[in-house]
Design a protein around this ligand. Structure first.
Ligand SMILES: Cc1cc2nc3c(=O)[nH]c(=O)nc-3n(C[C@H](O)[C@H](O)[C@H](O)COP(=O)(O)O)c2cc1C
Length: 318
């Protein structure tokens, strides 16, 4: 059954469809795509999909919120590019914790050129899972990446060579803790060894069956790789949604500048190791995700159709 996509505020139904098409191109942990959307005449609702959580690797649902935050940034950016202002409210209903945000497109305005550029990068951004070239990222691009995080109320510390050594250590420790847990391995297999034709999960043909060796080459490189951490100033639900928006803004900024990114989630997934990473960053920030930026050969990963992620207007409010 094809679900109804209605006009919302200034946007007609075709424009709403294109916004939703941009939303689902967001990155998500293990490509779980843990989001659902609901169109009402008042706004576009973003809901977390608890059936797509990772109860072992992401017990607190932090990465789920980062992923949904990334989808929210795509929604806002696509609406901007269509010439409307996306008035966004996070966590609008206490009695509905899965409702993460409502976005109301209103007030026509001239699109901001920087955001139009980021909107153009949405379909071109893909996670890199191959070794990086020895490319240096110019200082001007590094400054843009930092501004991208700050514009979304997050911070983007760059790791120096000593911190990078410590991060490699922390990543190995997380790896050993996680792979000693059969439940972690079962969950990993479930989402990474998907059959051909599957519309979610990380397909087997991206070359990953076991977690560790990939992080080794992601964090390796000569000259020293550019490794950054998206950090938030607090670690509550709204901070994590904001951090996801910041992460996506950083990723799209890199894509628009011609660079690629790989994720290093291991050291942030194990709470004790995450606490050490927080100390390594000076203790004032909550590390949310580690990214390696550079030039690689990213591959395409599938998505579910819009019908699979749309909620009927009556399904939630019943
Ligand atoms: C919070 C988060 C953590 C992620 N962690 C990893 C990771 O550790 N390793 C990896 O290869 N990809 C990681 N990814 C990338 C996802 O696998 C990727 O976004 C998903 O497969 C969709 O592919 P795409 O980014 O190319 O669109 C992560 C993404 C998010 C949002």
């Amino acid at each position: 059954m094809t679900r109804l996509i209605t006009a919302i505020g200034l946007l007609d139904s075709g424009q709403v469809r294109s916004v939703l098409g941009a939303a689902v191109l967001a990155p998500s942990t293990r490509n779980t795509q843990p989001w659902r959307f609901r169109c009402t005449s008042a706004g576009l609702e973003l809901h977390a999909d608890p059936d797509r959580a990772l109860p072992v690797a992401d017990a607190g649902g932090r990465e789920l919120l980062l992923s949904c935050g990334a989808a929210l940034f795509n929604v806002r950016t696509a609406i901007h590019a269509l010439g409307a202002h996306p008035a966004t409210t996070l966590l609008p209903r206490r009695d509905d914790p899965a409702l993460l945000a409502v976005v109301r497109p209103f007030a026509a305005r001239n699109p901001d050129r920087r955001l139009v550029r980021l909107a153009g990068a949405i379909p071109r951004r893909h996670t890199n899972r191959t070794p990086f070239e020895a490319a240096v990222i110019p200082d001007a691009v590094v400054a843009e990446l930092r501004h991208a995080a700050e514009a979304e109320q997050a911070w983007l510390p760059l790791l120096d060579a000593d911190q990078l050594d410590r991060l490699r250590d922390l990543t190995h420790r997380s790896h050993h803790a996680q792979t000693a847990d059969p439940a972690f391995l079962a969950e990993w297999q479930r989402w990474t060894a998907r059959s051909p034709g599957s519309r979610d999960g990380v397909p087997g043909n991206t070359g990953r069956t076991m977690p560790m060796e990939d992080e080794d080459w992601i964090l390796a490189g000569s000259p020293d790789p550019l490794v950054v951490v998206v950090g938030s100033f607090d670690d509550k639900k709204a901070d994590r949604i904001r951090a996801g928006q910041a992460m996506q803004r950083v990723l799209l900024t890199a894509t628009a500048a011609g660079f690629d990114a790989s994720f290093v989630s291991r050291p942030v997934e194990v709470p004790a190791v995450r606490a050490e990473l927080r100390t390594l960053l000076g203790g004032g920030l909550w590390p949310q995700i580690v990214l390696r930026l550079g030039r690689g050969t990213p591959s395409w990963t599938p998505r579910r159709s819009l019908d699979d992620v749309l909620l009927e207007p009556d399904r939630l409010r019943a």
